[in-house]
Ligand binder design. Sequence first.
Ligand SMILES: C[S@@+](CC[C@H](N)C(=O)[O-])C[C@H]1O[C@@H](n2cnc3c(N)ncnc32)[C@H](O)[C@@H]1O
Length: 331
Amino acid sequence: MIAKTAQNILSHSGRKKGNQFHIIELFAGEGGFIAGFNRVGGWHHLFAVELAEKHCNVLREVFPNLSVVKDNVALIDWNSKIKGQVVDCVIGGPPCQPFSVSNNRRNGWHDSRNGIPSFVKAIKNINPKTFLLENVPWLWWGDQKHHIQDLIDDLIAFGYTYTDAAILDATDYGAPCHRRRLFIYGTKQPHHWPVKSHKNNPVAARKYLVPLLEQREPDGEPLPDWVKPKIKGARGDIIIDCKQGNKIGRQYVSMDEPCFTLVATQGIRHRIRYKGKYYRMRAEEAATLQGMDPRCTIEGIGNAVNAWQAEAWAKTIKEYLMKLQADQELS
Ligand SMILES: C[S@@+](CC[C@H](N)C(=O)[O-])C[C@H]1O[C@@H](n2cnc3c(N)ncnc32)[C@H](O)[C@@H]1O
């Protein structure tokens, strides 16, 4: 299938359909953000940009109505693509490998894979009403923080007067697994952040895993000896992180709590002990915990924004845009 160009897509959908808000997604991966935004009515994706063919193929399969642009965000000439079109929101999670603590070969801000400068360049050229940038929390905790602060100051000076950053955990928004991510949210009028609907009542992984486990046979081999001491004392149904290498048996969690953060780097390494039997966690189970389609790959799932968290953002940004629209109609 030939990827549609952003230019074609805009020329075919140049006007808003009904009251839908126009959104562009950069660095789309396999669509965690998109899955969450699709749970909320009123959004129309103009297109989603993703460089890797394998992820583009998953996006096309999972979201057949989505216009997928296979391209390098850094090389897109936004002025000629957008041609002055009003865009309500641009979102994106540039690759986090340059910053991720699970990557031993990270070079931080100056790593050639750092997509954040391309995201900022896109914002300045597209000039959307709002933007949302997502990345790993270490950017805000660690020695890269000054780069993020500079970026925020730069975007405030550009006109996004209300730009700020915070680390949010997906479980606070109803996700059955943890995922702490840095979000940088920018608007030109005052905004609020998503309300933590599940801060005191997190959702158990059991709710989403058990229906899948009940449909299949246990396929987990016996636990390696090095894991057993790590889960000594654990009772009942648990999810075990069986990471190999020098960091072993990192953690386990009761299925009555949210699962730990799923990662992309190690493939499916997790086991589930359910009713005394062991199951190897499959991509569809990991996808369920992330709120994604079972056809996604473990890499796409491990890289994604959790869909419950994305949904909370979709509601919050939509509220902002609706208020903006109402204020404009009144004035
Ligand atoms: C962290 S993942 C994004 C996940 C996505 N936000 C989600 O919710 O599923 C980053 C993605 O950016 C893609 N990517 C990396 N460099 C890119 C570039 N220069 N242009 C477009 N996409 C790129 C990677 O292939 C990867 O799929």
